[in-house]
Design a protein around this ligand. Sequence first.
Ligand code: FAD
Length: 287
Amino acid sequence: MTSLSREPQVFSCELFPPKTDEAAARLREERCKLAELGPRFLSVTYGAGGSTQTRTLDTVLEIQRDSGIDAAPHLSCVGSTREHIREILDTYRSNGIRHIVALRGDLPSGMRDIGDFRYANELVAFIREETGDHFFIEVAAYPEIHPQARSAEDDLRRFKHKIEAGADSAITQYFYNPDAYFRFVDECAHIGIDVPVVPGIMPITNYTQLARFSDASGAEIPRWVRKRLEGFGDDRASIRAFGLDVVTGVCEALLAGGAPGLHFYTMNQSEATVALWERLGLPKAND
Ligand code: FAD
């Protein structure tokens, strides 16, 4: 277990930028409900290749302005030039953003030019070179191994390179097997990684969507969970109730084992995250 499990725990939520005005209005409502929980920060994803650049910025600025909650844009570097990333960093800096989630991203299909950065550690190093200590930098971690990793050992070594390049903290890909996380943080500690590794939590609300994400990201849905979810068919209420039980259990095990916080992948829906927050008895904004 990393020594930082003794630091105050950090609870945060992730959103993605809306594509339409209608979606933006819905997101505003959901975001307000999440803000009532008092998350330490709200992060906003970024489409690899820059597809959501303006919408990510707009969403982040709106969050900071309306809720006063620290908003952290994700920034993926694949397919980008140094000049382009420099411009984005300048924009964030001039708008008072101090927290960023630095990623490689995945090259969108049809896009061939990988650009000036091959891996996320190069982006982290570039952010530090350009902006010094201005940003608190988060990076991604994979307790169940990144799908393109050469091996588990190599993936861990690559993760360490991101920390050595200047990352302050990490958020994991989601998983439902706490043992994979505990093994991962033990191995991190063993090779001298001393930043918090915050588990990413994906509430279970929609089996088809979850199965699709899991296939793409390598995040395993345990067989017994998959089978139970399949058995519910279109019965969304049962999926949600079962999902809440399962994910609550995962979170309880993680927190009891010393995880330094939880980062909720909300999918722009507050309901499941609010339910988990309450079941877990996490501190709220006005407590
Ligand atoms: P890296 O850390 O660069 O690793 C990618 C792969 O390359 C790994 O297999 C690693 O082992 C390997 N590797 C690293 N360095 C080397 C090297 N020098 N030589 C050989 N192999 C190497 N995607 C988005 O597009 N937008 C988002 O907003 C977004 N947010 C995310 C948030 C979180 C918390 C997480 C966990 C993922 C997110 N993703 C996002 C997905 C992410 O972009 C993908 O998982 C992507 O495939 C890897 O990004 P990374 O930053 O982890 O890459």
